[in-house]
Design a protein around this ligand. Structure first.
Ligand code: PMV
Length: 328
């Protein structure tokens, strides 16, 4: 065995309450708008990184399988940044494991790049604080910058061209306000339009994108207020309309695209009918057909049972606010 430098980190996925949708800088992953998320307790990625002078190239093993060359290239690109920061040129073996199905609409890239940023920098001997880790994770996948922290998190978009003011920070600890998130699986087929491609196409071609930009900052500020004041009804109504507006921009893109399928609509309608029956539940949808339903812990069983009755729902997963980065 040669000399090697090793570290292991775990990061949890997050769901966006106010969506990051559109970049102002493609290569630095700088967003057009501020966003807000909840880090989930149930879903996480654990990543071990070992740098060794014995390796001629980087190796990426995802869920015990050697990754495709396209995936490998993304990881090498990311590790090149880490190598550049440290002054060391060694290659690495990256072992990553998700405790949930990859590409099942559960934002594996967010937990994946947050865990990789933490494990790779620690292994190579860099001692970065959470702010610098958030900025680094952002360069792998925008939403990853929020998975550095637990609980309720904001990503401030920043104004600077170099991205040094674009990073996430905590808004509330998970323990400050316990909410329930029912993650509804309607399909595990990988999406055909990635979030990266989808937001780029929308920014460039959708006439509805300007409407998104005109209203998202007010949504962000009101949702943050609602969080701070624990106003569930206000929070729910804002996040639901923010999700609908994001998805509306995709319909105006050229060529147009839609992340929903018919089961997505079934879930939306069920949530609306739960509300008519007096149960406060609100939906949000990221870049895929699966739906996340937000409710209060007292209603979580009723919400879950009613969603599981829908014929096209494959599974539901009950989540609560979860922790930030941990090192193992
Ligand atoms: O960071 P990405 O490339 O996975 O994009 C995330 C886009 C949304 O999930 C739709 C919104 C968000 O803020 O997470």
């Amino acid at each position: 065995m040669g000399v090697y430098l090793k570290a292991t980190a775990r990061a949890h996925t997050n769901i966006a309450l106010i969506k990051y949708w559109g970049k102002r800088d493609e290569s630095l992953f700088l967003p057009m708008n501020n966003s807000l998320s909840i880090t989930l307790d149930k879903f996480h990625t654990t990543t071990a990184v070992e740098f060794c002078p014995c390796l001629p190239v980087d190796l990426f093993i995802m869920n015990n399988q050697l990754a495709s060359s396209a995936e490998m290239a993304k990881i090498t690109h990311f590790l090149d940044r880490v190598r550049g920061m440290s002054g060391k040129s060694w290659h690495a073996v990256v072992h990553s494991t998700n405790n949930f199905p990859t590409a099942a609409g559960f934002a594996s890239s967010a937990s994946g790049y947050a865990a990789l940023a933490a494990a790779a920098t620690k292994a190579i001997g860099l001692d970065l604080g959470n702010k610098a880790l958030s900025q680094l994770a952002r360069l792998g996948s925008g939403s990853a910058c929020r998975s550095i922290y637990g609980g309720y998190v904001e990503w401030q978009k920043g104004e600077k061209d170099d991205g040094t003011d674009s990073f996430a920070k905590p808004v509330l600890e998970g323990g400050d306000w316990d909410l329930s998130i029912v993650s509804v699986l309607v399909t595990d087929t990988p999406k055909t339009v990635s979030s990266r491609e989808g937001m780029k196409r929308t920014v460039e071609t959708s006439p509805f994108y300007s409407g998104w930009l005109d209203s998202v900052e007010a949504d962000f500020l009101h949702a943050k207020e609602a969080l701070i004041h624990h106003d569930f009804e206000l929070l729910g109504s804002i996040i639901e309309s923010n999700a609908l507006k994001m998805h509306a921009t995709t319909l105006g893109a050229n060529p147009p695209f839609m992340y929903w399928n018919s089961a997505t609509l079934d879930v939306i309608k069920e949530v609306q009918s739960l509300r008519s029956g007096g149960i406060q539940a609100y939906f949000t949808i990221d870049a895929g057909p699966n739906v996340k339903v937000l409710c209060q812990p007292k209603d979580e069983q009723a919400v879950r049972e009613s969603l599981e009755k829908l014929p096209n729902v494959q599974n539901t997963y009950l989540c609560h606010p979860g922790p930030g980065l941990t090192y193992l």
